[in-house]
Write a new protein. Sequence first.
Length: 379
Amino acid sequence: MTTGPTPFPGLTDMHAHPAMNAYFWGRDLRKHYFAGSAFNPLASLTDFKMLREGDVRVLWSVLHVPEEEYFRVPPIRLLAYLTQGGRAILRDKAWKSTLRMLEEMEEQVDRAPEFEIAHSNAELDAALAEEKRVFVHTVEGGHQLSAGLAPCDVEGHLKRLDELARRGVASLILAHLFPNQLAGHSEAIPSDHQKILFWRLETRVDDKRGLTEVGREVVKRMAELRMVPDVTHCSPASRRQVYDLVGDRLPIVASHTGVQSLNKAPVNLSEGDVKAIAASGGVIGVIFMPYWLESSDPEDGLEAIWNTMRQVNEWSGGSWQHVGIGTDFDGFTDPPDDCHSAAELPKVREMLERKGLSRTDVEAILGGNARRVLRNGWR
Ligand SMILES: [Zn+2]
C-alpha cells in the first residue's frame, strides 16, 4: 500500500449528487438553474458550470435512489408521479434505477467535452493528464443492491456488487436513512425534516444493529473486487464490524460526515472511528452541512468545517493524511451560507492557507488523500 503524500490531482469532492438533479428532475447538467444559500431541493449546486467555476477536478459522483419508505408518504408519492425520474423509481425499483442513473450520467458527461467519467485508476490518471474534470461513480445505500432480493440471498447481492464494480463504481455506502438488508444505520434525517405535512417518516433506528450476513459477505467481496467501503450512515455497531472485517487490506472512508466531539449524533464519528479509518489508510470527508457538524447548527459553516478537520487531525495523531471534503451538495442538504455551492469551494483553500497549513497539507486535504484512497482501494 502506498503511504505518504500523493501528487495533488486537483480539488476533489468525495461526495456530491449531480446525478439526482440529472435523473429526478430531467436536468441537463450543462445548464445552470440557480443556487441560493437557503435549503432548496430544486437548486443546482454541482452542475458543470458550478464545478468549472469552483475548479473542481475530481468528483465522487453519487448514484442514489431514495428508499421506498419515502414514497409511502403521500405528498412525496405525488411529487414522484409528477417527475420523470420519480415515475421511473416507482416503476423500476432501486436496482434498475441505479443502473439507469449511471447510464444517464455517462450520457450527460459524454456531451461535455471538458468532463469525463473514469472507471479505473488508469482512466482517472489519463483523464487528469488531459486536464479533464473527472467524475467517479459511487453508490449511496445498500438498499439499491437489495431491491427485490430476499434478505438471505447472498449470491444475488454479490452478483449485483460485481456488476457495479464492472461498471466502474469505486465505492459503496452500505447504509442510508432506513433499515436495509446490509447494515444497521444511524439517524441522519434532521428532526424537522422527518415531519412532512401531516405525515412522519419512521426511520426505525437501532444503533445496536450491525452488519447482516449479506452485509458481511458484501464487505468481504468489496475487498476482493477493490471497491472502497464507505461507513457514512452506518450505525456505530456496523462501523466497528467493517473495521474488523477490512483491517488494513483496503482503505475505508466516511465520505461525508462530522465528529461526535462537536455534535454527538451517532451518525458522526467517534475518536475510535477516526483512529480505525486512519489505520486503514482511509479518509474522512467533512460534510458541508452545519446541522451535522456542530450542535449549534450555525448559518455559516467554514469555521465548523475547520473545527472538524482539526479534530480528525488530532484524533489521527496530528496527521492531515486522513482529512478530505465530501460536501453532499445537491443531496437535499442545507449547505453553509458562507460556502454553498461547488463554485465557492476555492474558499476552503483560502481558509486552510489562512489557518497556516503548508501547501502540502492543504493539497492532501483537498485531493491528495482522496486520490491515495482510490489508488489503494480501487481497480
Ligand atoms: Zn448521505
